[in-house]
Design a protein around this ligand. Sequence first.
Ligand SMILES: [Zn+2]
Ligand SMILES: [Zn+2]
Length: 205
Amino acid sequence: MPLLRQLEFAFRTVAGIADPGRFDAFLDAGVTDPGYNDADRNLNLEETARELLRSLGAAHIAADLHVEWNPRLKTAAGRADCRQRLISLNPRLVEHPTEIDRTLRHELAHILAQFRAGRRRIPPHGGEWRQACVDLGIADEKRCHNLPFPAQIYAARFVYRCPNCRQEFPRVRRMRRAVACLACCRKHNGGEFDLRFRLRILRSC
Ligand SMILES: [Zn+2]
Ligand SMILES: [Zn+2]
């Protein structure tokens, strides 16, 4: 069963994420998630996390803890919602199995630290979180979680626009040749290059 679920996640990772190049910096900002989906929960990881909480004197909240794979996570490896006691993991972690446990503990540290602090507000990666990391066996954890996902090295520096349909075309490099909007050339000129639809630079940075 766990294997099947893993395969399912792996498949969804390939099918569900349009732009795999966008995984660069991994900060979890503690954004509130609208909710979790039962189908996305990973029971193995959930049980591991609950066991860790129990072993650290936080049995009180262990049963409430949920772990899910969330394909909507785009730039973070994981996320912790302390109020909902929900850990969300990026499905792309399946491609980097050795990072799954560490990410789980990183996020769990947020929940453990907040549990210990009670109602007191604590900084996301402050001393309380660091102590929780020590207790969870990841003393050297960094607040920025960099994963070996393909980094987006090149940002689009030039934006071109079709003068007809106004579609924008972000590009990494300046276009050296005349390039026209394919959609408009197809629609109005039988697919042949047409200067009327030549892309024009909108902005560069
Ligand atoms: Zn964090
Ligand atoms: Zn066009």
